[in-house]
Design a protein around this ligand. Sequence first.
Ligand code: 13P
Ligand code: SF4
Length: 331
Amino acid sequence: MTASPTIARSGLEPGWADEVRALARRRDAVLLAHNYQLPEIQDVADHTGDSLALSRIAAESQASTIVFCGVHFMAETAKILSPGKTVLIPDAAAGCSLADSITVDQLRAWKAEHPGAVVVSYVNTTAAVKAETDICCTSSNAVEVVASIPAGKEVLFLPDQFLGAHVRRVLQRENMHVWAGECHVHAGINGATLTAQAEANPDAELFVHPECGCATSALYLAGTGAVPADRVKILSTGGMLDAARESRASSVLVATEVGMLHQLRRAAPEIDFRAVNDRASCRYMKMITPEKLLRALREGRDEVHVDPELAARGRAAVRRMIEIGQPGGAE
Ligand code: 13P
Ligand code: SF4
């Protein structure tokens, strides 16, 4: 593995990636990286993938330590699934604006208004919110998770309004209430930008993450025939990789966080992948740097702890999440 120009500029030794691997071996650690991580972090990891795939790997791994290069709720989810393992995140301050968009008190109040409703929480939530949840989901399996709930049952879906709207639309489910939260990165990829880009690139396919503010516009473009329906795909990040490997398109417009372009270009180098909004970068994901990864492995920090009682209450919901739906494209 050679150091990228970014790494050389940052003053890290060219052999940093070898050191990461040696330290990981010494700690009996598996390195997991989300698809939105910096390219150099994705390249040094043992596995890259979407939230669902990484949760499954974390649950199944034989390693005694999990180093999660992602944001805090992802590392917390790994700890909930594997309480006996050491879980490290290179920077515990790597949060998530979507996870912050609902508190456990708000969820309790919402549940009190809908007694008997089934609570479905996106994995982008705190451990306290998961402890009040019946089933977690990710963007890979949200439709399957809600479809698994008897039709007569009310559903409270939280916290992402765009993913919730997508699930409602697919399942035509009226008795599903959706929390009005959003991710600031995906909400910023709007319909006007997507429409302008689709018009300027009439042959391109569109890969759109369901958290995006433009997901409805994408389906509108497909519905009106402005873009042929088979070229518009609403996908999790893992689903985008599967679609890239199968695509025959010469160019694809990508509506999600820009870190995704790295794996897409590796999966299908012959396709021209372009970000719909090249400023859609998650500052939390980018807090995980090679320097902090080295520090994590050298010093065993930042260790992720979840209150055992909260973890026990959230574990069934997270386990149901990893059981439902197909794997989402980890490598
Ligand atoms: P997925 O990788 O599960 O599609 O999630 C996207 C995301 O925003 C994670 O923060
Ligand atoms: Fe959270 Fe959005 Fe960043 Fe994903 S991209 S970690 S949802 S803030």
